[in-house]
Design a protein around this ligand. Structure first.
Ligand SMILES: Nc1ncnc2c1ncn2[C@@H]1O[C@H](COP(=O)(O)OP(=O)(O)OP(=O)(O)O)[C@@H](O)[C@H]1O
Ligand SMILES: [Mg+2]
Length: 251
C-alpha cells in the first residue's frame, strides 16, 4: 500500500506539488498521467524518498518513510523497485551486470546463483540471450525492459514505473504492457505507474489519476476517466489542441 497525504514540494520557490494526496491499494495498479513538467517524476521519486517534500506524509505499508532513519529506509526500499524514466542503466556494464548489480553488492549469493537469477529475470521481460550484451547494443524498448528486470531483481512488493512505454513504437509498448501485467499477477505487486501513453494508461490502470496544477485533479476507473466530462481530463486523454489546458499553458 502506498499513501501520499497532503504532499507539497517546490523547487526554487516554484510549487510543483501542492497538497497532493493519492492512495494505491495493495495489489492495485494506479497510473498517473498529466502534462509534461506537471510533477509526475517528482511524485514517483517522493515515494522512494529520493526527493523529500516540504509537507505531508508518505506511507508505505502504513509507515511514514519521511520519518524513517536511513537504516529503516534501506529496509523499506528492499520492498520497492523503481524503473527510472531515463532507464539509468550503467553504460560500462553488461546487461547481466546491470540486472545483477543489487545482488552482487547486497547479497551472499555466489556468482553462479546470481547469473541464474539474472537470467530468470531477463526471461520475465523476454530478453533471453542478452546477458552478455552492452546496453548500447539494445534498442530503447529493450533497455526499458532491462530496467524492469533490474528493478524486479530483489522481488519487491511495490513497483514504481516511470514512463515504461512512452516514446516507444506501439508494438514494443504493448509488449512491455503485457510484461508488466504478467509480472504484477505473477509476483502480486502493488504498482504506481507514470505514463502519458494512452494505450498503456488504459490497459495498465485499474485506476487512472490525472495530475494537474500540483494535485490529483481527477481519479477513477478507466471507464470513469474515459467518460469524464471534466474539460481538462477530456482534452488531455484525447490529445486535443483546444481546451482549458491549451489556454492555461498559453502554448
Ligand atoms: N531536482 C530538481 N531541481 C529543480 N527543479 C526540479 C527538479 N526536479 C524537478 N524539477 C522541476 O519540477 C517540475 C516537475 O518535473 P517532473 O520531472 O516531475 O515533470 P514530469 O511531469 O515528470 O514531466 P515529463 O512528462 O516531461 O517527464 C519541472 O518544472 C522541473 O523543472
Ligand atoms: Mg517525468
Amino acid at each position: 500500500m502506498i499513501q501520499l497525504n497532503s504532499i507539497s514540494k517546490s523547487f526554487n520557490k516554484k510549487p510543483v506539488l501542492s497538497n497532493l494526496s493519492l492512495r494505491v491499494e495493495r495489489n492495485e495498479a494506479v497510473v498517473v498521467c498529466g502534462p509534461g513538467g506537471s510533477g509526475k517524476t517528482v511524485l514517483l521519486k517522493i515515494c522512494h524518498r529520493l526527493i523529500k517534500p516540504e509537507t505531508g506524509t508518505v506511507l508505505i505499508d502504513d509507515k511514514n518513510i519521511l520519518e524513517m532513519t536511513e537504516s529503516e529506509l534501506m529496509e523499506t526500499r528492499l520492498n520497492i523497485g523503481m524503473l527510472f524514466q531515463n532507464y539509468a542503466l550503467f553504460d560500462s556494464m553488461t546487461v547481466g551486470q546491470n540486472v545483477g548489480f543489487f545482488l552482487a553488492n547486497h547479497s551472499t549469493l555466489s556468482p553462479q546463483e546470481i547469473e541464474e537469477t539474472v537470467k530468470e529475470n531477463l526471461k520475465m521481460v523476454r530478453l533471453e540471450g542478452t546477458f552478455d550484451l552492452m546496453p548500447s547494443e539494445l534498442s530503447g524498448g529493450m533497455q526499458k525492459r532491462v530496467g524492469i528486470a533490474r528493478a524486479l531483481i530483489h522481488r519487491p512488493r511495490i513497483m514504481l514505473y516511470d514512463s515504461p512505454t512512452d516514446g516507444l513504437d506501439p508494438v514494443t509498448a504493448d509488449t512491455i504492457v503485457d510484461n508488466i501485467i504478467a509480472i504484477n499477477q505473477q509476483l502480486g505487486i502493488t504498482s504506481l505507474i507514470i505514463s502519458n501513453d494512452m494505450n498503456t494508461v488504459f490497459r495498465l490502470g485499474q485506476r487512472i489519476a490525472f495530475l494537474y496544477d500540483g494535485r490529483i485533479h481527477a481519479i477513477g476507473s478507466p471507464e470513469e476517466i474515459s467518460q469524464s466530462q471534466d474539460p481538462y481530463v477530456y482534452q488531455f486523454i484525447r490529445g486535443l489542441g483546444e481546451g482549458p489546458l491549451y489556454n492555461a499553458n498559453g502554448l
